[in-house]
Ligand binder design. Structure first.
Ligand code: DAH
Length: 339
């Protein structure tokens, strides 16, 4: 009996099948009710009592062995159903394609990092604002043209709810709630009612900086600006401040840097002047300090604001402002190595 079991085992061990139908034929032959393995049970009845234990165990083992064999034949055939011919499985997989950071984010982070080194901390404010924080607290006259619907997107009139036109609104919010010393940098998106073109957009990005403390002077402002310009555009960069006007600063200035394309010699980018304008700045007007609850006899401050798109254009010569918001991956991929 044991010989019979063993020879059946050897037979099963050697089984092969070319397809799933053949496996099924084998299953029926060996394992179905009338198959060869269950048929052993007929002989088992005549096995002497003292051998029943050993033989019974051997038949059970054979049954397990046959079931495993049939299953493994079936599995190997069903996974072989995938056709790998023509595919080089040894090839290195294509690397996962990482996205790129947006050029405006790269430049914004760079600006923030420079000011952080000077001890400025990030402050943020809402994009949906009120008239007070965007205009009145910043000393804009009642009839200032910036308040006009032509420039500002109003969401509601009386009470005024509007999209901020500059990040200077964060200045007024912080000054209202914080006792000097204040040293903040405010990055954010701003909105203006402009027709979209290569040179203008209805939204863009600014970074504002504000420093208020005892004895803050114009030379602190100038030195901060020089440090910023050199860190941002290289150690050879020169700056020049031209008198200007903003309602919230007195005196006010606009800062030019020596053209970083021609090094100041004059080219079409700087319109052959050797200089390009990059930001507005000035000493915080005492009216603004007072409007925000800061005693202008004790404290003074400087502020500056710049457009992130402008700085990015200077660094990367992006000709058309619309590129920044179109999410064309061919444009964005150009900045893969820029960070
Ligand atoms: N808010 C100004 C603008 O949007 C930029 C600016 C100019 C900000 C002078 C300032 C500043 O803080 O002192 O054009």
């Amino acid at each position: 009996m044991l010989d019979k079991i063993n020879s059946l085992k050897t037979e099963i061990e050697a089984l092969t099948a070319a397809n799933l139908d053949e496996v099924e034929v084998l299953r029926i032959k060996y394992l179905s009710k009338k198959g060869l393995v269950p048929a052993l049970m007929n002989d088992f009845r005549s096995v002497p009592a003292e051998q029943k234990r050993t033989i019974g165990q051997a038949i059970n083992d054979l049954k397990t062995f046959a079931t495993d064999k049939i299953n493994s034949l079936r599995e190997s055939l069903s996974s072989a159903g995938d056709d790998f011919s023509g595919i080089d499985l040894t090839r290195t997989p294509s690397p996962v394609k990482l996205g790129t950071r947006h050029p405006l984010s790269i430049v914004r982070e760079e600006i923030i990092a420079i000011f952080r080194r000077l001890g400025f901390n990030i402050a943020e404010g809402p994009e949906i604002e009120d008239d007070w924080h965007v205009f009145s607290a910043l000393n804009f006259a009642e009839d200032h043209p910036a308040r006009d619907m032509q420039d500002t997107f109003f969401i509601n009139r009386t009470p005024d709810v509007l999209l901020r036109t500059h990040t200077s609104s964060v200045q007024s919010r912080v000054m209202e709630t914080t006792k000097p010393p204040i040293r903040i940098i405010c990055p954010g998106r701003v909105y203006r009612n402009e027709a979209i073109s290569a040179r203008a957009h209805c939204f863009f990005h600014q970074v504002e900086a504000l420093y208020v403390d005892r004895d803050v002077t114009y030379s602190d402002l100038r030195q901060t600006l020089l440090y910023f310009a050199r860190e941002m555009f290289g150690p050879e960069t020169k700056i020049r401040l031209r008198p200007s006007y903003f309602p919230f600063t007195e005196p006010s200035a606009e800062m030019d840097i020596s053209c970083n394309l021609c090094g100041g010699k004059g080219c079409s980018f700087c319109k052959h002047t050797g200089w390009v304008e990059i930001l507005g700045c000035g000493m915080v007007d005492p009216n603004v300090l007072e409007a925000c609850g800061i005693d202008s006899k004790i404290y003074s401050g400087f502020a500056l604001g710049m457009g992130v798109e402008r700085i990015t254009n200077l660094k990367y010569q992006v000709k058309d402002l619309r590129m920044f918001s179109e999410n064309d991956t061919r444009f964005l991929e150009e900045f893969t190595s820029a960070h």
